[in-house]
Design a protein around this ligand. Structure first.
Ligand SMILES: Nc1ncnc2c1ncn2[C@@H]1O[C@H](COP(=O)(O)OP(=O)(O)OP(=O)(O)O)[C@@H](O)[C@H]1O
Ligand SMILES: O=C(O)[C@H](O)[C@@H](O)[C@H](O)[C@H](O)CO
Length: 222
């Protein structure tokens, strides 16, 4: 994880010394709790993650992390050639994303993230961006997921159009491999959203869901 700011109060489990190092600032702030929330818009390729996460970041005035920007050239070349990534390809990518998310949370900032996060084991890597996360304690974890869902037909058409317009490297032929991997456990409490409604509506509902946990000042229109 990248260096943390010692001036910012942040939750670090089982490390009392970390608490005391930030106690001066905490006292100055009158025990005000500085914390951020990471909202990861997840789902298979082409479901609309980047579109929704970018709008969400704009609405909250927070930063936006696009997971595709963190892929190695080798990963992108593989996907462009119609070969699904393996776990070995995904783990370093997810770890770099975890560190980028952790930087924001350490600073008490919210962040909107677009990442497929198709499997529990991948999401667990991202949840570790919250240093106080205890595996399985999904309720208190400050990395939250919203899954966009649409039929294979709708998504294939979106991906095809995007490829035809030369706008994206991911071929529609990889959609089935993504659908095969997508798995959500009920215990995770992940909201599944209809990805065919207007992106603005998804953003509004997402903000409503997490309003109390966000560090950002939510505009009155939400
Ligand atoms: N709610 C929506 N309704 C209609 N079209 C949408 C919607 N959301 C996204 N799109 C369109 O679908 C296509 C795929 O969207 P987007 O690139 O955001 O998906 P993605 O999940 O981020 O894909 P990838 O994971 O492959 O990067 C884009 O052309 C986008 O404009
Ligand atoms: O987990 C994966 O299989 C990949 O990372 C993909 O999901 C791509 O990142 C993305 O969907 C293409 O844009």
């Amino acid at each position: 994880m990248a260096g943390s700011d010692p001036l910012v109060a942040r939750p670090v489990s089982n490390q009392e010394s970390e608490w005391t190092s930030s106690s001066v600032l905490t006292d100055l702030l009158g025990n005000f709790w500085v914390a951020g929330l990471a909202i990861v818009i997840m789902g298979v390729s082409g479901c609309g993650k980047s579109t929704v996460a970018a709008l969400l970041a704009g609405a909250l005035g927070c930063s936006f992390i696009e997971a595709d920007d963190y892929h190695s050239q080798a990963n992108k070349a593989k996907m462009s050639n119609g070969i699904p990534l393996s776990d070995a390809d995904r783990v370093p990518w997810l770890e770099s994303l975890r560190d980028a998310i952790g930087d924001r949370l350490d600073r008490g900032e919210d962040v909107a993230v677009s990442c497929s996060a198709l499997q529990l084991k991948y999401r667990e890597i991202l949840r570790a961006a919250d240093r106080s996360y205890n595996p399985g304690d999904y309720v208190t974890c400050r990395v939250k997921f919203v899954c966009l869902r649409a039929s294979a037909e709708v998504i294939t058409e979106r991906m095809q159009r995007r490829s035809d317009e030369g706008k994206h490297f991911m071929p529609a032929s990889l959609l089935q491999s993504q659908l095969d991997l997508l798995q959500i456990n009920d215990a995770e409490g992940i909201t599944e959203v209809d990805a065919t409604v207007r992106p603005d509506d998804i953003v509004r509902d997402t903000i409503a869901q997490f309003r109390e946990k966000l560090a950002s000042t939510v505009p009155p229109c939400f």
